[in-house]
Design a protein around this ligand. Structure first.
Ligand code: IDP
Ligand code: MG
Length: 139
């Protein structure tokens, strides 16, 4: 294992239900350190750029509309094995299939509005962090 950084997003459905603190608490309790963070709203074009890997998927248009529907809280989490640890804390993409005690099981609404995003590997983590943060915004 090594110390990694990963990008986390509290998605619009969770920000709208006042769940930023509850979600960040789970990361901190698990030993992940928040080393950058901000609230912002994606334009539809920025959402399309962020999710470009999914542009051929049937859910792409709905996903980008949802992700630009309201503010999101983006953060950088740092710690041992942070990328996989964050994915475990989040749970499976579909809240109905996520394990008990995970964020998506406890707080997600459905397979689209599933409360959180987390990078899925070292390369995506690096590019997703750079999508939202300048180096001097990360501590
Ligand atoms: P992940 O967020 O667990 O990595 P991805 O497959 O990368 O899952 O999908 C990105 C996002 O697209 C999901 O978090 C969810 O918001 C949305 N999504 C994924 N699959 C579906 C689907 O079948 N219907 C609607 N939205 C979906
Ligand atoms: Mg993904």
């Amino acid at each position: 294992m090594s110390v990694e950084r990963t990008l986390s997003i509290v998605k619009p459905d969770a920000v709208g239900r006042n769940l930023i603190g509850e979600i960040l608490r789970r990361f901190e309790t698990a030993g992940l350190k928040i080393v950058a963070g901000k609230l912002l709203r994606l334009t539809p074009e920025r959402a399309q750029a962020f999710y470009a890997v999914h542009k051929e998927r049937p859910f792409f248009a709905g996903l980008c509309a949802y992700m630009s529907s309201g503010p999101i809280f983006v953060s950088v989490l740092e710690g041992e094995n942070a990328i996989m640890k964050n994915r475990e804390i989040m749970g499976a993409t579909d809240p109905a299939k996520a394990a008990p005690g995970t964020i998506r099981k406890d707080l997600g609404k459905d397979v689209e509005q599933n409360a959180v995003h987390g990078s899925d590997g070292p390369e995506t983590a690096a590019s997703e962090i750079a999508f939202f943060f300048r180096p001097d915004e990360i501590f």
